[in-house]
Design a binder for this molecule. Sequence first.
Ligand code: NAD
Length: 505
Amino acid sequence: MNTMSNIQSSTAKLLINGQFVESKTSEWQDIVNPANQEVIGRVPFATMDEVDAAIASAQAAFATWRHTPIQARMRIMLKLQDLIRANMKDIARVLTAEQGKTLADAEGDIQRGLEVVEHACSIGTLQMGEYVEGVARGVDTYTLQQPLGVCAGITPFNFPAMIPLWMFPMAIVCGNTFVLKPSEQDPLSTMMLVELAIEAGIPAGVLNVVHGGKDVVDRLCTHQHIKAISFVGSTAVGTHVYNLAGQHGKRVQSMMGAKNHVVVMPDANKEQTLNALVGAAFGAAGQRCMALSVAVMVGESQNWVNDLVEKAKKLNVNAGHEPNTDIGPVISPRAKARVTDLINSGVEQGATLLLDGRDVVVKGYEEGNFVGATIFNHVTTDMRIYKEEIFGPVLAIISVDTFEEAVALVNANPFGNGVGLFTQSGAVARNFQNQIDIGQVGINIPIPVPVPFFSFTGSRGSKLGDLGPYGKQAVQFYTQTKTITSRWFEDSHEAGEVNTTISLR
Ligand code: NAD
């Protein structure tokens, strides 16, 4: 595979019919290191002919791939997980250079995706159909889980390893072919994973990659040969993709924006809770869809706020590849401007700014898009910092008197990606998991992203579509259930009888 130095000296390639090719487009975008604005590569916005060629190659490959035995498909995933593990450090270095997160967190990004590949090595039991013998005389009913055809994935900038790996391994191992459209902001680490997938033995046309923005995405959403689309990204774009692809008859899942709360009960283990809150709010510079953005302090736990601020003050803001960095830069100057604008709005709307990360300057990286840990107290639900997804290292604190008030507050928020509860009481925890209307719940866990044999189950405003992107639900998403009802009389000469009713006899 490419090493970091030669991948940086090249452009992000398209992958069409097994060949890594340079786009013929005239539209390109620089890939920029967010820590210092160094241009480390460039990405094409593919032409419509190139997108069509990628889809055509996937369509042609499907004819053979769908009949490749599932064991052979799983064996490629077994090879892929081995290759990813062996190349993890190289991929992490590129990921940090283009995305900004710390090297340790970049390895975490790859590791969480790798776990999906590991699960794809053994999906045989999940793609089994069902069988009931003898539903009428000589009649059996059974189901097949058949691949759909060409599926597409559209991914965001914040997890350039994990999220592509949520998608193409599961789609492909189920017998589909795939067209991936990575984020145009940081496609290089994604392409390293794609190279490994080809090295692992994925045949020509089974996995294709096109780069670009709205035009490419819209083509995927409307093309007659695309059967299903998995999207992860912002709420505005995810809603557009869901509507457009849905209108064109495709199966769609959109995993979107969030505003994740943690409820802190006064009986919680204080140190454990505050450590968890700081990591979840400020890790990855808050650029996780499961990042903690609102802490709801119940009763006496509101007295812990100053200690929380003291812990957050100790976080080290620096370039992601520097040792001991806790908070790297946000992805772009535009993202930094958005975050600081939202912090300004919090001040203007009357929240108490306890820790201000706006003016952080990092020695040696003065041009970087850095924002330090920022904490607001006395936030109210009408403020922009409460209502909007900030996607930066900003934590809003709201205090309430009772558990019931906390649950009502969280349930009234339109988003439903993740929520946490910190308590030492099993009874409170059990009530919480029952009453809270959020798709992923952490009990004494701040970022409850499920492991791959479960599914990612964000809900309400954070998700459109029924099925999640990995685990059992992904196998359902990427397959069509075909139900067969068949009759074989024991005597093949038996004539049967005329039956004018709907009943089976
Ligand atoms: P984004 O919506 O800007 O981009 C996502 C993808 O859509 C990219 O591939 C991009 O090229 C494409 N795109 C951008 N604008 C488009 C347009 N107008 N029409 C069609 N396609 C377009 O998201 P982002 O900024 O890359 O990622 C951050 C967002 O993703 C946050 O809102 C975050 O919460 C969300 N996210 C959600 C999850 C989840 O599982 N719910 C996971 C990760 C990220």
